[in-house]
Write a new protein. Structure first.
Length: 294
């Protein structure tokens, strides 16, 4: 058998793979074996960028701090935040206006000036206290236009057509059409000789295979939680204790707070976890508990 290329087979430049065949040395972009970059929420620049709203309480002198609370409260849909922002705006502006209207040196002017200072310091402390919760929510936020539709292509490794094997030159005339459901015998034999036999069918589930699909935080066991990135047995037991006390988590936010996850830790787990509402008895099943006859 000669190692020379077949007539009609396209020659590829030296050092470059043939068209239709991926490079053997480097996996294609988007392939699972390609290097993965850390999530953006883990970087200091990402946290600093999304903490810009802290400048409003710090530099607002009790007049603009409430605007920052309104922004984060409406974005994250936290009523406790935007209601506090309204309160800071009303109290701060009222005290600021009365300070200017009152006579200098009077008791009212001194009280209003002190109130402006108290509102300013309180809004700054409050803003820094809720900033970690804001960053945690921002790390898991996904705009609606970036979410993939169910059943759509992933786009990471688009399927393509492979070039014909060396035994099948482009000059080969097409085979005669056959009935639907039966492939031509000659082309199947040549393809099998080139690509080799396929892998044998598995007789059973692979040993040590992880769970398929996202993990339900309301049904996960200790071993399942301990196997998550950033978890250890101690943190897993802490989550299970809090879940038993609550009777189940109502959202991933409650699970994140119970586990004490940082924003960059939650960013790695948001695609691996799911939190359905606590289960109720299915229709048609008898209710659990004792039945009293009257």
């Amino acid at each position: 058998m000669s190692s020379a290329p077949e007539p009609g087979w396209p020659h590829s430049p030296a050092g470059h793979p043939s068209a239709g065949h991926p490079s053997a040395g480097h996996p294609p972009a988007g392939h699972p074996s390609a290097g993965q970059t850390p999530p953006p929420a883990a970087s200091f620049s990402w946290r600093l960028k999304h903490s810009w709203w802290l400048l409003l309480p710090v530099l607002g002198l009790s007049c603009l701090g409430g605007v920052g609370f309104l922004y984060v409260g409406l974005r994250a849909r936290r009523p406790a935040w935007w209601i506090a922002g309204i309160g800071y705006l009303l109290i701060g502006w009222t005290a600021f206006i009365l300070t200017g209207e009152a006579q200098r040196g009077s008791g009212l002017a001194d009280w209003m000036a002190g109130l402006v200072l108290v509102v300013w310091i309180t809004s700054i402390v409050h803003a820094f206290m809720i900033n970690s919760a804001w960053l945690r929510w921002r790390a898991g936020y996904r705009p609606w236009y970036t979410e993939q539709r169910p059943g759509g292509p992933s786009g990471a490794y688009p399927p393509g057509t492979l070039a014909p094997p060396p035994g099948l030159s482009p000059a080969t005339p097409p085979a005669q059409p056959t009935s639907p459901g039966f492939a031509p015998v000659g082309s199947a034999q040549q393809a099998a000789a080139y690509y080799g036999p396929g892998p044998a069918a598995a007789t059973g589930p692979a040993q040590g295979a992880g769970p398929v699909g996202p993990l339900d935080v309301n049904a996960a066991r200790l071993d399942d939680l301990a196997a998550l990135p950033g978890f250890d047995p101690q943190r897993a037991r802490q989550v299970l204790t809090e879940r038993d006390r609550r009777g189940g988590f109502g959202s991933l936010t409650e699970f994140t707070a119970a586990a004490g996850l940082a924003p960059h830790e939650y960013a790695r787990l948001r695609d691996l976890l799911v939190c359905p509402p606590p289960g109720r008895p299915a229709a048609g099943q008898p209710p659990q508990g004792r039945v009293l006859d009257v």
